[in-house]
Design a protein around this ligand. Structure first.
Ligand code: ATP
Length: 402
């Protein structure tokens, strides 16, 4: 990794695709902050979301910026934050530089406007995230040796109470370690272990947000294994795998291959071993939590119901449909199974070409019998006994005559 020395900040900025127009449109002094500075100074691929901090009124600043960029302004009403969308899917977040004071560990801080960018940087999580570039003059502000720690590949807190004040930073540290292939310095790691009990004080929703951020990363299982090593899962009464398995990769692969459309967070939840009710505690949507819990419970039953059934299509579908919405995916991801492969590749898409209206036209009134006849037709179709609408109708007539 080559680091751009401070003198090159201007050149790095100029190379930041889609940022040139923001620079030209700036209505006043501002600071580029956060992950973009970190990535820029370590020459990681640019992203298209930029974080700006202004000492003063962020909403007003963002309003002028949006007008000059021809973009759209969104304000959040929270402590002075606004967003400007411009171009095609690029955006800038603008925040008022602020100080944060923690009166109670693991609770949200008291926030107040900062008098300088340095005060704002001092409330941040790690040295590599606590750099700023002043704009438009492109001067690097690096009070905490972020550049040196980028070079040494270190994740380091700014002060000893950091993890105690905000235990979510332990999750963040593990994320950056894995994503960037960095390591906490020994003192930071010790502080993380000492502060581990604090994660139990976090609200369920904050734990969920941290978990979901992990699942968005490329290697979530490595991050979870690291958190396990730090003793975080035990504090949360859950168990993360101690070593990465390939379950998450397999879930993602199947989700993609069969266009299942499940978000990464949903797949991620399937890969952790949470006791019943835990997902509810961290405020996961009830429907998703039910599907995930059912998958773990039902896997052995589905697997045994399918043993030796790879050549019985209707039975495969019937067994799968007796289980929850995630069970087939989870079972196949855990271990290869020819019946389930067949289900996803072929059987899942089998649809009848006749429906209840056709049965009504044949004289069958609305009744449970409609479902029974359609079920029987589908069973026959799955087993390859019916091809096309005409054969389905003929079979329906036969069944109704019985
Ligand atoms: P990425 O989006 O690539 O994960 P990022 O650094 O932009 O990285 P965000 O979560 O968007 O991450 O946060 C933006 C910045 O806000 C961080 O770089 C950091 O300076 C600061 N920050 C975020 N969360 C915390 C926290 N819990 N404590 C202190 N500072 C934080």
């Amino acid at each position: 990794m080559t680091l751009g020395p401070a003198a090159n900040v201007g050149r790095e900025l100029a190379g930041l695709e889609r940022f040139g127009q923001v620079l030209e449109a700036l209505p006043g002094p501002a600071y580029l902050v956060g992950g973009t500075v970190r990535d820029l100074m370590s020459r990681r691929p640019p992203r298209y979301d930029f974080d700006l901090a202004v000492v003063g009124d962020a909403e007003r600043f963002a309003g002028h910026l949006a007008a000059r960029l021809g973009g759209t302004l969104t304000t959040y009403g929270q402590f002075g934050t606004a967003r400007v969308d411009y171009d095609d899917r690029a955006h800038v977040d603008v925040a008022t530089a602020r100080t944060e004071t923690y009166t109670e560990p693991a609770a949200l801080p008291d926030v107040a406007p900062a008098d300088s960018i340095e005060e704002d940087l001092a409330r941040r999580d790690f040295t590599i995230n606590a750099m700023a570039i002043s704009l438009p003059d492109a001067r690097l502000i690096d009070r905490f040796d972020g550049i040196a720690h980028l070079r040494d590949r270190l994740v380091r807190v700014l002060h000893e109470a950091s993890f105690v004040e905000d235990p979510t930073r332990i999750f963040r540290a593990a994320r950056y370690e894995t994503r960037l292939d960095f390591r906490m310095d020994p003192k930071t790691e010790t502080l993380a272990m000492l502060a581990a009990p604090g994660v139990a004080q976090l609200s369920g929703a904050r734990v969920r947000e941290e978990l979901f951020a992990i699942f968005e990363e490329d290697e979530p299982e490595r991050i979870l294994a690291r958190l396990h090593e730090l003793g975080i899962d035990a504090q949360l009464d859950v168990e993360f795998p101690a070593a990465p398995t390939d379950l998450q990769q397999r879930l993602r692969g199947l989700n993609e291959a069969y266009s299942l459309g499940l978000p990464r967070a949903h797949l991620g939840l399937l890969s952790i071993r949470a006791p019943e009710g835990w997902l509810d505690d961290i405020k996961v949507n009830r429907r998703i939590a039910d599907g995930v819990e059912a998958a773990r419970r039902e896997e052995p039953f589905l697997r045994s119901a399918l043993t030796g059934r790879a050549d019985a299509p209707a039975e495969i579908v019937e067994a799968v449909e007796r289980t929850g919405p995630d069970t087939a995916l989870y079972t196949l991801a855990r271990r290869e199974d020819s019946a389930l492969r067949r289900y996803f590749e072929q059987l899942r898409g089998v649809r009848l070409e006749v429906d209840g209206d056709d049965l009504r036209a044949l004289g069958l009134e609305e009744s449970p019998r409609v479902g029974e006849v359609l079920g029987e037709l589908r069973r026959r179709k799955l087993n390859g006994e019916l091809a096309g609408r005409a054969e389905e109708l003929a079979a329906a007539r036969e069944l109704l005559a019985e």
